[in-house]
Ligand binder design. Structure first.
Ligand SMILES: NC(=O)c1ccc[n+]([C@@H]2O[C@H](COP(=O)([O-])OP(=O)(O)OC[C@H]3O[C@@H](n4cnc5c(N)ncnc54)[C@H](O)[C@@H]3O)[C@@H](O)[C@H]2O)c1
Length: 263
C-alpha cells in the first residue's frame, strides 16, 4: 500500500517511522508547510525513500493519505478532485477541521475515511448507542500551559497563569468551542462524529497541578451510563497526547489485519 503524509510534525514523524519498519506499506511522499520538517523526516528514515511532493500529488499517487497537519488543511484535502476514488483511504488526525466541512465529508462515497479515536477511549460503545444518547458530556482537564494560547483565554483576558487550583474555564457546545480552543478540540470533534449527538456539552478545566491531558466522557440514555477516562501522558509534542500517536498507528495496523476487534 502506497502511503503519503501531509504534516511532518510529531504524529507524521511517528507514523513515518512505523511505516519505515513495515513491509506492507511503502511511504512514497510527504509534505509540510515547513520544508525543513519534510527534509529532516526524509533524512531520518532508514528504509523508505519518500519524495517531497505537493498535496495534490500525494493524494493522486497514494492509496493511504495521512493528514497529520492542522485543522486548516482538512477542507482542501476533502475537496481534492483526486481523493474520492475506490481503494483510497484517508486518515484524518485534525478532526476539528471536519466540522466546518461536514457536507464535503458526506459527499465522499468511495474513499474510506479513517478517524482514529485519538486521545479518548470508549468510541466503540458511543457508536453502538449513538441513536439513543440523551445526554453526553466531555470534560477535558489540561495543564495551564496547554490552554494559555487559546483565543478564548486571550479574548476574555483570563489570567490563567495565576490560577491556584483546578478551575472550569469554559462550558458550552462544540460549535461554541471550535474557534475558541482550536488546538484543544479534536477529541470533542471526534466524539461528536462518533455520537452524532447535537447534545454534546463540553467542559474545559485548567489545572495548575497537572502535567496530563485528561478526557472524561459521560453518555446517558436508555442503554445505561457510559463513563470513560483517559489520563494522557504528553508525547514529545506537549500539546499532543502519546495515546493519540499510538491510536493513529493502530488505525493503520487495523488496515492490514483481518481480525477487527471493537466496532
Ligand atoms: N484526533 C486527536 O485526538 C488528535 C490528538 C492530537 C493531535 N491531533 C491533531 O493532529 C495534528 C498533528 O498533530 P502533531 O502533534 O503532529 O502536531 P505538530 O505541530 O507536531 O505537527 C504538525 C505539522 O504540520 C505542519 N502543517 C501545519 N499546517 C499545515 C498545512 N496546511 N499543510 C501541511 N503541513 C502543515 C506543521 O508545520 C507541523 O510540522 C494537529 O492538527 C493536532 O491538533 C489530533
Amino acid at each position: 500500500m502506497k502511503v503519503g503524509i501531509i504534516g511532518c510534525g510529531l504524529i507524521g514523524s511517528e507514523i513515518a517511522s512505523f511505516l519505515d519498519n513495515n513491509k506492507n506499506f511503502e511511504l512514497i511522499g510527504l509534505t509540510d508547510i515547513d520544508k525543513n520538517k519534510s527534509f529532516e523526516l526524509i533524512k531520518n528514515l532508514k528504509n523508505s525513500k519518500p519524495k517531497l511532493m505537493g498535496i495534490n500529488e500525494i493524494i493522486k499517487k497514494s492509496d493511504l493519505i495521512v493528514e497529520s497537519a492542522a485543522k486548516n488543511a482538512v477542507r482542501g484535502i476533502l475537496s481534492n478532485e483526486n481523493l474520492d476514488k475506490k481503494n483510497k483511504k484517508l486518515l484524518i488526525m485534525s478532526t476539528s477541521g471536519i466540522i466546518s466541512s461536514l457536507r464535503l465529508l458526506k459527499e465522499i462515497k468511495n474513499c474510506e475515511i479513517l478517524l482514529p479515536s485519538g486521545a479518548i477511549v470508549g468510541l466503540d460503545g458511543i457508536k453502538s448507542v449513538s441513536e439513543k444518547i440523551e445526554s453526553l458530556t466531555l470534560t477535558t482537564t489540561k495543564p495551564v500551559q496547554g490552554l494559555e494560547d487559546a483565543p478564548y483565554i486571550i479574548k476574555n483576558k483570563i489570567n490563567i497563569k495565576n490560577i491556584k487550583n483546578k478551575k472550569v474555564i469554559f462550558e458550552g457546545t462544540l460549535i461554541d468551542a471550535i474557534n475558541e480552543f482550536p488546538q484543544n478540540i479534536n477529541v470533542a470533534a471526534t466524539l461528536f462524529l462518533a455520537s452524532k449527538s447535537n447534545n454534546l456539552r463540553l467542559k474545559i478545566i485548567a489545572d495548575p497541578k497537572t502535567r496530563f491531558n485528561t478526557h472524561e466522557i459521560q453518555a446517558e440514555g436508555d442503554f445505561g451510563v457510559i463513563k470513560t477516562t483517559a489520563i494522557n501522558f504528553p508525547s514529545k509534542n506537549p500539546k499532543t497526547s502519546y495515546l493519540a500517536v499510538l491510536s493513529a498507528i493502530q488505525t493503520i495496523r487495523n488496515i492490514e489485519s483481518n481480525i477487527k476487534i471493537g466496532n
